[in-house]
Design a protein around this ligand. Structure first.
Ligand code: FAD
Length: 317
């Protein structure tokens, strides 16, 4: 079933969903099952599985010269999606990125997903590789998520790359895209970012999942601005509980978002690791309660392999 159909069926009730990351190359599916098994009691209608472009690993040789020594990968998104659907009977939402894919690669990937009866996709551009100063698209690939959305929409109309004529074999993907309550980091301003988010909806996306945020006002304000800009699709808040002290700096650095002062102050005062975790969990509970009371379509938790934390939050929400 499509993600948006779940929202319609829920008739205003807030659903719960999760995001998992494929393990690093060589890792086992067990880690995914260990994360998701305890979360199934919350009956998520769908689970997202991220996709990661390969990262190059460099080592420093003589006189500041860096040599590429390895490629780090997290393959397996599609396999994990198939396994989740089989084990739990939930719908899987694979993330599909522009980075590292030609348009032909994308088409092939979508054909595989279609054969597996996967009807949902979160369409993203992907980040720049760690050592690249900006996002570099694959030659013959897409530069922006909107172009990926357009390609998927075309396949939904039966239009494939080797022909611009509908051939009748239509895919049936429900397309989600990313949204940024605190703006995407490369965007010059919130208005421009919103303009491009609207372009993704106009190209055929039917819901938005937000980047994490720790101040609900940012989400509420974002929804208001989206509505004013004519974006009328469901906007799902993404929540990532903060559980470690280093995240006070790492989360703003890596995700270009702010932590409210009240939260950072409390975390800085924390006596030890377990106290940090308690504060992070309590904060996420309060955020979740308020969002639920406001009638959001779904609370979407970034699990980061830590189901204990997520269970504690949902049980008290
Ligand atoms: P886009 O929508 O393409 O936007 C990128 C930038 O370009 C923005 O500044 C936008 O305003 C601008 N822009 C867009 N269109 C145009 C245009 N036509 N002309 C000029 N400028 C334009 N990354 C992964 O690698 N794997 C994942 O699985 C993954 N999952 C994610 C899930 C969620 C919910 C979120 C919020 C992010 C996720 N990301 C993931 C990270 C995402 O790939 C990055 O945030 C990335 O930097 C932007 O992706 P996007 O799809 O929002 O890009």
């Amino acid at each position: 079933m499509k993600v948006t159909e779940y929202f319609e069926k829920a008739k205003g009730e807030t659903l719960t969903s999760f995001e998992v990351l494929p393990p690093l190359k060589g890792g086992s599916m067990k880690s995914i099952f260990d994360t998701l098994d305890p979360l199934m009691e919350f009956k998520p209608p769908f689970v997202d599985v991220t996709y990661h472009r390969e990262e190059f690993i460099y080592t420093e040789r003589k006189s500041g010269f860096f040599e590429k020594v390895a490629i780090r990968k997290r393959p397996g998104t599609v396999g994990i999606c198939a396994a989740l659907m089989h084990r739990y009977g939930v719908d899987a939402v694979p993330h599909l990125i522009c980075g590292g894919f030609t348009k032909e690669n994308t088409e092939d990937a979508l054909i595989d997903l279609n054969f597996l009866n996967i009807n949902n996709v979160l369409a993203l551009r992907g980040d720049a590789r760690k050592f690249d100063s900006k996002f570099i698209p694959e030659e013959g690939g897409h530069s922006y998520a909107v172009d990926l959305v357009e390609q998927i929409s075309n396949m939904n109309k039966g239009i494939y790359l080797d022909s611009n004529i509908e051939n009748g074999n239509k895919t049936n993907f429900c397309i989600g895209v990313a949204g940024y309550p605190e703006k995407q980091y490369e965007s010059p301003n919130i208005e421009t970012d919103l303009k491009y988010t609207k372009a993704k909806i106009d190209a055929g996306a039917s819901y938005i999942v937000t980047q994490m945020f720790y101040d609900n006002e940012k989400y509420f304000d974002y929804v208001k601005r989206c509505r004013a800009a004519g974006i009328n699709v469901p906007i799902v808040p993404g929540l990532k509980p903060l559980t470690k002290k280093y995240q006070i700096n790492a989360i703003p650095r890596n995700f270009y978002i702010n932590l409210p002062e009240a939260l950072s102050k409390e975390l800085l005062k924390a006596k030890d690791t377990s106290h940090v975790k308690e504060i992070g969990i309590e904060w996420a509970i309060q955020q979740s309660k308020e969002l639920k009371a406001a009638g959001v379509p779904c609370l979407h938790y970034y699990t980061m392999g830590d189901s204990d934390t997520i269970v504690k939050i949902i049980e008290k929400t």
